[in-house]
Structures are given as C-alpha cells and as structure tokens.
Design a protein around this ligand. Structure first.
Ligand code: AMP
Ligand code: MG
Length: 330
C-alpha cells in the first residue's frame, strides 16, 4: 500500500509516498522564502505553492527509473494553517482522489509532525514536545487523543525566533539565522523569563529583545540570550511535565527541533529523569510531504477517510480536537 501525502499549510508545498511498512519512498518539497525583514504573506506563499504543486506531485510519484507509481490512498493536510495555502493542497488532493478513484484522508498537520517523529525514532507513548511555526506544545496521549499538557500562552517559539530575525533583517528561516548568530555571542543579557506552571509566554521576551536591538544592542549577544532564555523556559516546562506525567520517552518534533542547542537542552532533561530521548531527524523536522503521508497512512489504517463532498480545510484546529487511535504505537 502506498499513501501519497500532500503538505501545503504555510510556506512549503510537499508531496511524498510512504508504504505500508512506514518506509518513506519519495519526499519532494519546495519552500517559499520571503526576503529578509519580511514575513510570510499568505497570498504570496499560496502563489508559490500553486506554481510548484504540479512538478512536486509528479516527481513524488516517479520512480528513479522514470515510471510512475499509482498511490492507493491520498492524504492532504487539512489544517491548521493559512487558508489560501491549505486550499491549494486540498484542491490537489481532491482532484487526484477523484481522478484516480482512491480514498481521501484529511490529516492534522501537528499530529503529522508527531507521527513522522515517532515512526522514525520508534517512540511508543512519549511526552511529546512540538515546536514549529504554528505550535509550541507539550503533549501526552490519553484516551485516543493528544492532550495539551503545556503550551505557549501567546506566540510560538518559532514565531519568536522568526519575528526577532525579521527585526534584525536576518534571512529565513529565522530559527536557523538566530542560532548561527548565537554561536558568536559571549554575554548573557537578562531578558524576561516567563513560565507559568507547564505553560510559557514569549511575547514579553520578543518585545524586550527587539527593543534592545533597536537601541544598538549587540546582535550576537542578543541572539545568544534570546535562545538561551527561550529554550530554558521550555526546558523547565518540559521537565515539570515529564515528572508529573511519568512518561519514559521524550519526543522532540517540528521545525525548531532542528536546533542543536534545543536538542541538547531537552535531551539533558530526558537524561536527568531516566527517560529516552527521541529527537526527529533534522531532515524531517520542518514541514514536508512525508509527515502527511506517514500520518495519512496511519489514519487510513484506522478507518479514517472523508468523502470529497465532505472534505474540508480548518485554518484553526487544535491538536486535542483530533482522534488519534493509533497511539501507543506497537
Ligand atoms: P515548521 O512550521 O515545522 O516548518 O517550522 C518552522 C519553524 O522552524 C520556523 O520558526 C523556523 O525559523 C524554524 N527553524 C527552521 N530551521 C531551524 C533551525 N535549524 N534551528 C532552529 N529553528 C529552525
Ligand atoms: Mg509545521
């Protein structure tokens, strides 16, 4: 069985084939990068996705020898995300499902970040830490759903890094640019540190760091301090959640999971409490077709499909609103 996954929630159009043994057969992606100092404009991102969609899908459905593979199932990212971007992937998914007469499966993008991380790292029933453009959440799976045990009360960790990078006119992705600058930083500047129980709040930190930058603060020191402060806040919330939930595995997933410093910090929290650490491989940390194919396959095998006439996109869709019956994993 081959599941085609289509990702188009924000900056990336991706298509990927995953087989019934969870093997990623193809994974082809194209990401819209706004110029330095500019955020992602939904219409411009959607235009990019529409332009590349055709080639990406064709390449994902081709073998190295040049023949074409027919998928058995079509999965698309139904949300959460930017409306104009989501509609492109959904339209491609509906068209392929109709033309090929194959079932259509709606996938939650955040659940998919966790599914690909769990599939590759072989986590069974972890405390999950999801850090991406759209999510900063600490989750545990109870009674068929991911439950949000802790989360950001305002902006996500990805937003924090991207908005600071934009302010500093650093290139996209902001998280990578900030981490590169941070390696040159030497002085830890005191910045707002806000942890409330298992939740974090990042907007005060962003305002303070951006204000300091505008007042001619040292960029490398600010990037270093921003990262140390933001990651320490999350690590504290993760540590408290791990002790309370008594999970024996910690999963780290999403685009910001590519950060070496964050991997080091969350890895230490896991180690201190005797839990195994499962960071998603960097190649599959950011948005990609493979996460949707992987999650779509699991959903399909659990009997989840949608009729074309009932298919939908949901720009705002919380993780705890989705049934995920395939966890704990075998
Ligand atoms: P996603 O929505 O999962 O693709 O994640 C996007 C987020 O990941 C953005 O906030 C990026 O700035 C961030 N990101 C991408 N690469 C890195 C990296 N190497 N280190 C830290 N953050 C990153
Ligand atoms: Mg994402």
């Amino acid at each position: 069985m081959m599941c085609l996954g289509i990702e188009s929630t924000a900056h990336t159009f991706g298509a990927s084939l995953v087989d019934s043994d969870d093997r990623i057969v193809t994974n082809v992606n194209s990401t819209y990068r706004p110029p330095p100092g500019v955020g992602i404009h939904p219409r411009k991102a959607a235009e990019h996705l529409a332009t590349v969609a055709d080639d990406i899908v064709k390449t994902a459905l081709s073998t190295k020898e040049g023949s074409s593979i027919d998928p058995d199932v079509i999965a698309y990212a139904a949300g959460p995300g930017l409306g104009p971007c989501l509609r492109i992937g959904a339209t491609v998914g509906r068209a392929l499902s109709t033309y090929l007469k194959k079932p259509l499966v709606p996938v939650h993008h955040g659940v998919a970040h966790l599914d690909i991380a769990m599939s590759i790292t072989k986590a069974r029933d972890p405390l999950a830490v999801l850090v991406s453009g759209g999510h900063t959440s600490i989750l545990v799976h109870v009674g068929k759903r991911w439950r949000v045990y802790g989360e950001t009360q305002d902006i996500t960790l990805g937003n924090l890094l991207d908005m600071f990078a934009r302010e500093a006119k650093l290139p996209s992705p902001g998280g990578l640019s900030v981490s590169r600058e941070a390696t040159k930083g030497e002085n830890l500047i005191k910045l707002p540190y806000t942890v409330k129980g298992n939740d974090v709040a990042y907007s005060g930190l962003l305002t303070a760091a951006a204000t300091s930058l505008r007042r001619q603060g040292n960029l490398a020191d600010l990037c270093f301090s921003l990262q140390e402060t933001a990651f320490s806040m999350l690590s504290e919330a993760v540590e408290r959640s791990l002790v309370q939930t008594r999970r024996s595995e910690v999963l780290l997933a999403g685009g910001v999971a590519a950060s070496q410093r964050l991997r080091q910090m969350i890895g230490l929290v896991a180690e201190d409490h005797g839990a195994s650490f499962h960071p998603v491989p960097i190649e599959y940390s950011g948005d990609c077709g493979a996460q949707i194919a992987c999650s779509g396959r699991l959903a399909y095998e659990s009997g989840i499909t949608v009729r074309i006439s009932d298919s939908f996109v949901t720009p705002r869709w919380r993780m705890d609103e989705v049934d995920v019956p395939w966890i704990p994993r075998a």
